[in-house]
Design a binder for this molecule. Structure first.
Ligand code: GUN
Length: 289
């Protein structure tokens, strides 16, 4: 079994980006600038956004974090998005999701200039992705493709089963794995909460991508020998063993399945760190344009 080490791979990618930024800036080019909007103070969103801002500094990007209160109106949030769209110094904009219930997430996503949509969530960028046209790929799916590529995991002709159809991971992942690309060219089955006989399907997967948000959901009786497992889940649970009092669990029972896998991403240290690396890569692409 080979561990798909997202921590190391994301570190390598960040180093590659830092070298490129250094060469752009030292030859008089523009410093990449990412702007993030965080609404409210949800603990997980706060952690993710802070990690993104910190990663920007590490690779030599400029970043701006705009904090808005939980009760900000949709109108005021849209005005903030417009301000950033119109600011030519800012190359990329992300609005951290989820947003409070009174705000229409799709309306906010659609308000982001597709040229600055480094999350790749705008409908026009999702459309370009589906058509295999150049665009910003959503960061988590892009991170998974990058891991598959850098570890030479064969995907062509394989059966890829995706569990979960979220707009951020499952749905784009199913499209990307079926595209005529490397990685890609899979026969894809997208499963979700209404799927019948899930175990019968997962047992036929050569590549299993799990993004449903239920800790340790996938067990060894659900997989076949030699499967490549990508675990996108991150559930925080109480733990006496860690200093922080918390530990992170994936959607896959790692200890139970590991002996049956050809490749597997750990949690933490698998898909998670790759997401930020790909966000930085999308921002650099925007700057170069
Ligand atoms: N919430 C969970 N994942 C993401 C992400 O990749 N981007 C944004 N903007 N919000 C998220």
């Amino acid at each position: 079994m080979i561990i798909l080490d997202g921590k190391k791979t994301s570190h390598d990618i960040k180093e590659e980006i830092a070298v490129e930024v250094n060469s752009i800036v030292s030859s008089g080019g523009k410093t990449p600038h990412l702007s993030a909007i965080l609404v409210g103070s949800d603990g997980a969103s706060e952690t993710y956004v802070n990690a993104k801002v910190k990663a920007c500094a590490k690779v030599g990007f400029q970043s701006t974090l705009i904090r808005l209160s939980e009760d900000v109106s949709e109108e005021d949030l849209l005005a903030e998005v417009k301000k950033i769209n119109d600011n030519s110094d800012i190359d990329g904009l992300i609005v951290q999701l989820p947003l409070p219930k009174h705000i229409n997430e799709m309306k906010v996503t659609e308000a982001i200039d597709p040229k600055k949509d480094v999350d790749g969530f705008h409908p026009s960028n999702i459309g370009r992705m589906a058509l295999n046209l150049p665009t910003y790929l959503p960061a988590t799916p892009a991170g998974i493709l990058e891991l598959l590529k850098r570890y030479d995991v064969e995907t062509s002709g394989k059966h890829c089963v995706v569990i979960g159809r979220s707009h951020i991971v499952g749905s784009p992942m199913s499209i990307l794995m079926s595209r005529n690309n490397i990685p890609g060219n899979c026969t894809v089955t997208l499963t979700h909460s209404r799927t019948q006989n899930l175990k019968g399907i997962t047992k036929t997967a050569d590549i299993l991508i799990v993004a449903l948000g239920k800790a340790e959901f996938v067990t060894s009786d659900m997989i076949k020998e030699g499967v490549c497992i990508i675990d996108v889940g991150i559930t925080r649970v109480r733990s006496d063993k860690n200093k922080s009092g918390w530990k992170l669990l994936g959607d896959v029972n790692f200890e139970d399945v590991k002996e049956k896998c050809s490749f597997i991403t750990p949690v933490p240290g698998g898909v998670g760190p790759m997401t930020i690396a790909m966000l930085l890569q999308n921002t650099l692409i925007s700057t170069k344009k």
